[in-house]
Design a protein around this ligand. Sequence first.
Ligand code: PLP
Length: 334
Amino acid sequence: MIDLRSDTLTRPTPAMRRAIAEAEVGDDVWGEDPTVRALEEETADLLGKEAALYVPSGHMANQLGLYVSTRSGDEVWAHEHHHLIGDEQGATAVLARALPRLYSDGIFPTDELLESWIAGRGDVHRAEPALVWLENTFTGRVVPLAEQARVTGFAHRHGLRAHLDGARLWNAAAFLGTAPSAVADGFDTVSVCFSKGLGAPVGSALAGDADTVARARRGRKLLGAGMRQAGVIAAGALYALRHHRERMAEDHERAAVLAARITELSGLPALAQTNMVLVRTPAGEARRYAEAFSRHGVTGLGSGASIRLVVHLEITDRDVEDAARRIAEAVEEL
Ligand SMILES: *Cc1c(COP(=O)(O)O)cnc(C)c1O
């Protein structure tokens, strides 16, 4: 089986397991785990922020990002398909109790939209806008840094804060050939995942200024996620950060080859965006096509009219070629 459902499926490599086995640890709730501290410091440095907080999941990093920048009832401006909205069980309503205001076109808000949303501010009927949310990469697509700067500039001119859901920020940086700090630039808070394309077993981080991260640290404890000898898992994340960022460009190249080969062999339109390939199927047929792919030994996630295939560090050139051939066989059979 060539499993292309997600880059979260990656398992720790032998070298990463050695780093985990040898990790120095302490009680992180008391701030005494040297491996967690090293991970937090290196993450903050890479992102060009003062501080960072290690958390169990990207979901928690996002929710803490929301928690530190909104009060109950405040507006967070986001895209309908952001992870915050569709993939966190409505935690936005349950925890920070913020009010999402959503757009659905494009992968970033236009100036017209931002201007129209700020226009009614102060009206007694309106919720108070507090936070603008972006995601990069957004389902594999890279949001141009100039657009990010435009949006964070707007937010700050109007006294709003800006958060970047950078679960795959490392992919965006590798794709653009730029430093992670350039992608994180201008945001008050940034969440990043170690457990996706970087290949670590567990964890994410929230980065920002020292005060904000101190409040997020209290918020993490509030949620019951103070972790004791967390260096055991942080060591995997630290190893990934040091050794797996550079190689992400290989995933992007393989994704591009996979998309091209799928189209060549099966005739299905396929588009590579960083480490994700979106295969277009006839409308409403994605699930049926994905089932056929699976019968031929390739798994992906199908919904609506597209199937998502994600390339990651366990996927080789050979897998890419095999996957394209098996998909062609599956399409032939449909
Ligand atoms: C995966 C993901 C998250 C959440 O990460 P988990 O560790 O799975 O909770 C948040 N945002 C985006 C864009 C993601 O892809």
